[in-house]
Design a binder for this molecule. Structure first.
Ligand code: ATP
Length: 395
């Protein structure tokens, strides 16, 4: 079912700022939407308001075109799975899954059919007779999923359901949740602070910070076309290389960027966004995967020396020092250079990012359309909207 949040605000008593700051969001029927952002950005509060476990101060929530803002959780036709879930320890797996169906007085035969069908979907049909005390963490999380699913919710809410599991199990259950979503066609809303989890799971990623939505888009959009410096820095591991610099107009009608210790010419794709910006401060960025490594100067870039190499398997993560800055880059292992080797970092123009230093908004005009408006930082008070400052090596 389609879920719509309109001007949703939640401010907890004595809090300095709103936990959720007037957000607007549309999650289409059958979508797997992921709320992604750092700890404390308002993801759980948003999810709890959708569930009806938290009352908004203002704004409204609709599910399937029905205003549910004032409805009790049980009347919203949704189910929720949390990071810490509880089970009835004296019951076996079957009875734990069947419990919500007894509560709604479903007939015994139908309960049996439903429990077995859902258990099959989450791969625990062989565990139905086992006590829940004797299942592993991953199996227990599947029981929790099954128990939430038996009532056939129209919207499935999940709050970091995988964070207590070990790394391998997380990856496995992530795939199963994705498959479950495809098999059921139900709308899923998933909360995580883990951007890799968000990227692998989501059809739609909603990046949040400080109670605001920073960007809504596909995993590719938030990675390749970040709308502001916060999204650019938060999405991607290792983080985007970012430097503050000044835009200079050159005689030929083009633009150059003066960065600490070196200059770059800016590609034509930025020119429209830079009109009237000559002399202004901007934030330049490039992803570690986008930098080309050469042993001699080649094209737009800077020369330096390899300082550290970490093997990632088929690729290497290299830290190179150039113009007294440390750049992170990822290259194919065959193209890697040894520690201490002189190197040239080439920055392809089509992979560069540029953000206004004050508003932190992208200066690119060819970004794909986003279905959510950006929150104008200026209207949110003096606080920096992103907090990316730590990663930025100021010029
Ligand atoms: P995490 O990933 O750590 O769970 P989150 O993004 O889900 O974080 P929320 O739990 O929604 O963030 O919290 C948003 C803000 O609201 C935080 O500053 C938090 O301290 C505050 N907050 C959350 N619940 C309450 C509460 N019951 N009372 C007071 N403040 C709260």
């Amino acid at each position: 079912m389609k879920v719509v949040l309109k001007d949703l605000v939640k401010r907890f008593a004595n809090a300095e700022r709103a936990a959720v700051n007037s957000i607007n969001l549309v999650i289409e029927k059958g979508e797997l939407a992921v709320l992604l952002g750092p700890s404390g950005c308002g993801k759980t509060t948003t999810l709890r308001m959708i569930a009806g476990l938290e009352q908004p101060d203002s704004g409204c929530i609709s599910i399937a075109e029905r205003d549910v803002t004032d409805l009790a959780p049980k009347d919203r036709r949704l189910a929720m799975v949390f990071q810490n879930f509880s089970m009835y320890p004296t019951m076996n797996v079957y009875d734990n899954i069947a419990f919500p169906l007894h509560a709604i007085k479903m007939k015994r035969g139908e309960i049996d059919r439903t429990v077995r069908e859902v258990a099959r979907l989450v791969n625990i049909d062989h565990l139905l007779e086992r006590s829940v005390r004797q299942v592993s963490g991953g199996e227990a999380q599947r029981v929790a999923l099954a128990r939430a699913m038996v009532r056939r919710p129209e919207v499935f809410l999940m709050d970091e359901p995988l964070s207590n599991l070990d790394a391998k199990l997380r990856v496995q259950l992530r795939t199963e949740i994705k498959r479950l979503h495809q098999d059921t066609g139900t709308t899923f809303i998933f909360v995580t602070h883990d951007q890799e989890e968000a990227m692998t799971l989501g059809d739609k990623i909603i990046v949040m910070n400080n109670g605001d939505i920073q960007q809504v888009g596909s995993p590719h959009e938030v990675f390749f076309a970040p709308r502001n410096a916060f999204v650019a820095n938060f999405v991607g591991t290792p983080s985007m290389n970012m430097l503050e610099g000044a835009v200079l107009a050159d005689d030929g009608g083009g633009y150059r960027l003066q960065l600490p210790g070196f200059e770059l010419s800016l590609p034509v794709r930025f020119h429209d966004g830079l009109a009237n910006l000559a002399g202004n401060r901007v934030i330049w960025g490039i992803r570690p995967e986008a930098i080309k490594l050469a042993s001699a100067p080649a094209g737009n870039g800077v020369s330096g020396k390899v300082e550290l190499v970490e093997a990632l398997g088929s690729r290497d993560l290299i830290f190179a020092r150039a113009a007294e800055r440390l750049f992170g880059l990822i290259v194919d292992a065959q193209e890697s250079l040894a520690v201490g080797a002189p190197c040239h970092l080439h920055f392809p123009g089509e992979q560069m990012h540029l953000f206004d230093a004050e508003s932190e908004r992208s200066l690119l005009n060819d970004l794909p359309p986003s279905d959510a408006p950006l929150c104008p930082p200026a209207s949110r008070g003096a606080e920096s909207p992103s907090g990316w400052g730590e990663a930025l090596q100021k010029g």
